[in-house]
Design a protein around this ligand. Structure first.
Ligand code: DX5
Ligand code: ZN
Length: 218
């Protein structure tokens, strides 16, 4: 079944704890937490303190997406705060392999992400070391943008790679995911759908998530 990871970027930030519980009750598999540093992307969101504050409320998988430069600097802080998955960007400054190793050394699942303009070949060299590939289908920084088609062939390529070399690899897609784009990504081989604005707009988030879990190759 396809997993669903609602993005807290579209939650009501004045009630983050309640929003987390709403997402969990709606049947989400993971919760996607977007960390932005105002450098790698022009926006600033939350850091380890917020992850730590939310952690005691739920045991749901915290899928933390680091849109920050030199991510190795913050691996320990996010691990201490209770992240389960830490995803770094291949375009970020700093030694990315070192960051992946630091994440794994802390016993967390590691992810690598790539922007719409970055070719699949830029992440291929990391795919035997990571647990998650996060394919961006918008330019990172803001929620509510339209899905960019460049991600689809990357999902297909990643699916092929996973089949041959790393069957446990989760292929996640993030940006502009709605019922239609989510279905197309899952059919192309995505195993996780991260979505913010579309899911949080739903009065009945649970039914939408239940439907998305049925999307897939077969
Ligand atoms: C964008 C973030 C996404 C964002 C997606 O930089 O990485 O996780 O929340 O939002 P939507 O689903 O609205 O495109
Ligand atoms: Zn994200």
């Amino acid at each position: 079944m396809t997993k669903v990871s609602p993005s807290m970027l579209s939650a009501d930030f004045s009630r983050l704890g309640e929003e987390l519980l709403r997402v969990e009750r709606a049947g989400a598999d993971w919760i996607h937490i977007d960390v932005m540093d105002g450098m790698f992307v022009p926006n600033i969101t939350v850091g380890p303190l917020v992850v730590k504050a939310l952690r005691p409320l739920s045991r749901i998988v915290f899928d933390v997406h680091l849109m920050i430069e030199k991510p190795v600097r913050y691996v320990n802080a996010f691990a201490d705060a209770g992240a389960d998955i830490l995803t770094v960007h291949t375009e970020a400054e700093g030694e990315i392999r070192e960051a992946i190793k630091a994440i794994k050394d802390r016993g967390l699942r590691a992810g690598i992400s790539l922007n719409p303009g970055t070719p699949f070949s830029a992440v291929e060299k990391y795919l035997d070391e990571v647990d998650v590939l996060l394919v961006m289908t918008v330019q990172p920084g803001f929620g509510g943008q339209s899905f960019r088609e460049e991600g689809l062939p990357k999902i297909t390529a990643a699916g092929r790679y996973a089949e041959e070399c790393n069957p446990g690899l989760e292929i996640s897609v993030d940006g502009g995911i709605n019922r239609e784009t989510g279905r197309r990504c899952a059919e192309a081989g995505a195993t996780v759908l991260a979505a913010g604005s579309y899911l949080f707009r739903m009065d009945d988030m649970a039914s939408e998530i239940a439907l998305w879990k049925t999307f897939g190759k077969d």
